[in-house]
Design a protein around this ligand. Structure first.
Ligand code: FCB
Length: 456
């Protein structure tokens, strides 16, 4: 048996815009994802989150589903535009009430709530005033965090400020494939700083409210390696690691930006947005780190002339990620490399922090379908999870203080620019009827939770 420690928390994660729908209800304001998804050409097939999984209206049913699956912790996100429709000022009580009902419903079912305060749905009104390229947004975020915290701190023990600042900054501000759709390296750098600052300011507000809760942040990580022994590939891997991991880890845990990244981006930004005291704010102690891991990045220098298949070009970094020979890939085209998770977790523990870690997302997209018997036989997902749970356990044997594991995702949902074309759920959502059908992986996961481990 591969056994996890007593008290280990098994759960699942979602995010507001990806599942809630009800975008025009109970006073919710417009978010940048409403604007982006309604802009022709931005999201696959023109899909939007208008209805999504209709979770806002199906809260009780979804809570019962979580209880049936045996979940012990549930990570969701709070939609800022439901709380402050314009991103600042007056509080929309009806918005807060929805999350109150959600938290109460979880508590009644003995499921630990783990809210994320920002999972990408910035109020459009703030984007119109400069969004994450503006210091004002960091301050507004702290104010909003304080509002939600005051309302729910009594009944919620785990709090996550941001989800994946790297994805927000680089996919949303440099590549332009996510909202708000900017394509400018200097904007991604400013967004990086103001997101991290927003996290730090929000922590200060929450700490000063005087509850004894666990406060943390979730980062997206990839383990990174060079595709060959060529020193040029090793250098390229260093740059990709700097951008993906260290640009976020260093300010949070060491109070400084990595020197090689400041040099790397010297032509794009003078970093004048970093003011005295900002890095102290950003590096205030957290109680836990949320880790999202999907895949490893294997890197070649420059354009890819290695003969290996290209995964993703990084022109800013003069690097390209490639797929290792023979590697299995998911429906996203992402390589399946569970040992990359062990490598990442051990590195975090050895080089950065000893705070408890929660895996706040891990999972895979599969080409799921309902078979004639009405079942969804997603055995690829079962083997993905099985391998990654074992990989996490290996890191625990090497000293990592891992306290919980939350799979992405509870439900199939709006996968951002890819709309509903990619299914990550352990529960299938039939979008035209909104029927929920637990997949084979959900049944399997329930047994893992009951056993608190895996068979040998
Ligand atoms: C992560 C996001 C999450 C989901 C998964 C597949 O980057 O946090 O919302 O889209 O990827």
């Amino acid at each position: 048996m591969v056994r996890f420690p007593e008290g280990f928390l098994w759960g699942a994660a979602t995010a507001s815009y990806q599942i809630e729908g009800a975008v025009g209800e109970d006073g919710r304001g417009t978010s940048i994802w409403d604007t982006f998804s309604h802009t022709p050409g931005k999201v696959y097939r023109g899909d939007t989150g208008d209805i999504a999984c209709d979770h806002y209206h199906r809260l009780e049913e979804d809570l019962d589903l979580m209880a049936d699956l045996g979940l012990q912790i549930y990570r969701f996100s709070v939609a800022w535009p439901r709380i402050q429709p314009e991103g600042s000022g007056a509080v929309n009580r009806k918005g807060l009430d929805f999350y109150r009902r959600l938290v109460e419903g979880l508590r009644q079912r003995s499921i630990e709530p783990m809210p994320t305060l920002y999972h990408w749905d910035l109020p459009q009104a703030l984007e119109d005033r400069g969004g994450w390229m503006s210091r004002d947004t960091s301050e507004r975020f702290a104010e909003y965090a304080g509002i939600v915290y005051e309302a729910l701190a009594d009944s919620v023990g785990f709090w996550i400020t941001l989800n994946e600042p790297w994805v927000i900054a680089w996919m949303g501000h440099a590549k332009g494939v996510h909202a708000p759709g900017h394509k400018d390296t200097s904007k991604a750098l400013a967004a990086t700083h103001y997101l991290l600052l927003g996290h730090g300011l929000a922590l200060e507000v929450m700490r000063s409210a005087g509850h004894d809760n666990q406060l943390g942040v979730t980062l997206s990580f990839s383990s990174v390696r060079a595709a060959s022994g060529d020193p040029a590939d090793a250098e390229a891997a260093r740059r990709v690691d700097g951008n993906t991991n260290r640009l976020y880890l260093d300010p949070l845990f060491r109070g400084s930006y990595p020197g090689d990244m400041l040099e790397q981006y010297a032509g794009a930004s003078d970093f004048a947005f970093v003011r005295d005291g900002d890095l102290e704010t950003i590096s205030r102690p957290i109680d836990f780190l949320g880790v999202n891991y999907y895949y490893r990045k294997t890197v070649v220098d420059g354009h890819n002339d290695s003969g290996l298949k290209t995964a993703e070009p990084y022109p800013d970094l003069n690097a390209t990620t490639v797929l290792p020979e023979g590697v299995e890939t998911t429906a996203m085209g992402w390589p399946v490399e569970p040992d990359g998770l062990t490598e990442l977790l051990v590195r975090l523990h050895e080089e950065y922090t000893q705070v408890p870690i929660y895996i706040t997302e891990n999972g895979c997209a599969v080409y799921d379908y309902v078979d004639p018997e009405g079942e969804v036989d997603d055995r690829e997902r079962i083997s993905y999870f099985d391998a990654h749970f074992r990989a996490a356990h290996d890191a625990m044997r090497r000293g990592l203080d891992l306290r919980g594991y939350l799979v992405w995702s509870l439900l199939d949902n709006f996968e951002w620019a890819l709309g509903y074309s990619k299914r990550f759920g352990i529960v299938f959502v039939e979008y035209d009827t909104q029927r929920r059908i637990p997949k084979a992986s959900a049944r399997w996961y329930t047994e893992v939770i009951e056993r608190n481990g895996l068979e040998d």
